[in-house]
Design a protein around this ligand. Sequence first.
Ligand SMILES: Nc1nc2c(ncn2[C@@H]2O[C@H](COP(=O)(O)OP(=O)(O)OP(=O)(O)O)[C@@H](O)[C@H]2O)c(=O)[nH]1
Ligand SMILES: [Mg+2]
Length: 389
Amino acid sequence: MSTILRRFMNRFYRNNEYSITIAGLGYTGKTTMLYLLKLNEIVQTISSIGFNVESIEVPLRGGGQLNFTGWDVGTGCGNPSVLSMLIGSYTASADALIWVVDSTDREGLKDSVGTLQDVIRRTESERSEAGTPAQAFPILILANKQDLPEAQSIDTVRKAFATLLRGRNACVFKSAFTQPDTGLQDAFEWLSIALELASAGKLPQPPKHNPVADMRSVDTLTEKLESWLGRIEKDSNPQEFLDQFHSISLPAWDHYTHIRIAFLLLRTHGRQKGKDMIFSGIEKYITESSQTRGRTFHITMTYFWIQIVHLGIESKAPQVPLKFSNGSSTASTSSTDFEMFLLCNPYVADGNLWADFYSRDVMMSPAAKAGMVLPDKKPLPNLVIRDAI
Ligand SMILES: Nc1nc2c(ncn2[C@@H]2O[C@H](COP(=O)(O)OP(=O)(O)OP(=O)(O)O)[C@@H](O)[C@H]2O)c(=O)[nH]1
Ligand SMILES: [Mg+2]
């Protein structure tokens, strides 16, 4: 229990100082970001030769802050192979890499992927020689300058890096450093979790601390997750989505839809009330919608997913409680919350996860459809330890 408690306290009051390399091609916004984080303002930059270094403190949503020394490696007119060698030498001893991409530079996207590939190759070979785990090394990619009309979409940037990042402790976020909403908060929330897992020698995809995670292939989940993240971009906002659910007019009725319903209702109303709303809402939807013809309400399956989604919500860093003035608002739950939830709990995208706990015969039995049946393979993960804390 004391170990669990210490990890919990660390998460809140963490004061670790990491060393993080900030790199990318020229003119992407690295120095702008470094001084935005340091001074909270946009500074006039010139192309950097050598490097800029600052100690940075980023407040985190769940309390505490991420403290690190940021090394902004200037590209200063260097050619790509010299650049990747230079960046690789910084990165080999760093705790993480932030790779900044100019989303408006269509030609440069391929070069950016190629240079990062070279940097990763150099970094991983140096790290494995030194006996440091290589693949757990966190890489945060920022698709920057998203405020400009000619910016390529986050989907395009994600696709360009997808093959290179597969199986690595890496994630792509969008950013616009010169705008009030920079996008950096979500990116650093992810990075702080990725650093924590890397320093414990764990990969976040799938997260090993999670009792159900190591059941699925990382590649399959990554692919699925990428398509879901793309879907969130085009999906309605949380309130509209729930309105569509209540008025039986959702655009689709599939696994993604179920997980988003469960996430929004549990996150907004807590387990007890959220669970009741999911049960009654889904049963009503199945009965009344023409999209669900031929389907029947399945109590055990619904309960299973409520349990898994709730575990995922709770196993993230504790969240600031949501406040509801009129009792029905989900306004403070943004689409980005769901994005973060998926990034931290990628296994929820696996629609067959139940098969790790239930045999097909039990799950598909009339008894399991009509009432709650316990798993016959292994117990459902639960929150007893966290609830105790
Ligand atoms: N519109 C827009 N401009 C940005 C953004 N981020 C940075 N810039 C601008 O892009 C230009 C280059 O930014 P820098 O921070 O100097 O880029 P850098 O990556 O440090 O460049 P090098 O040092 O040459 O490698 C500056 O004019 C910034 O103001 C952004 O999100 N949106
Ligand atoms: Mg610079």
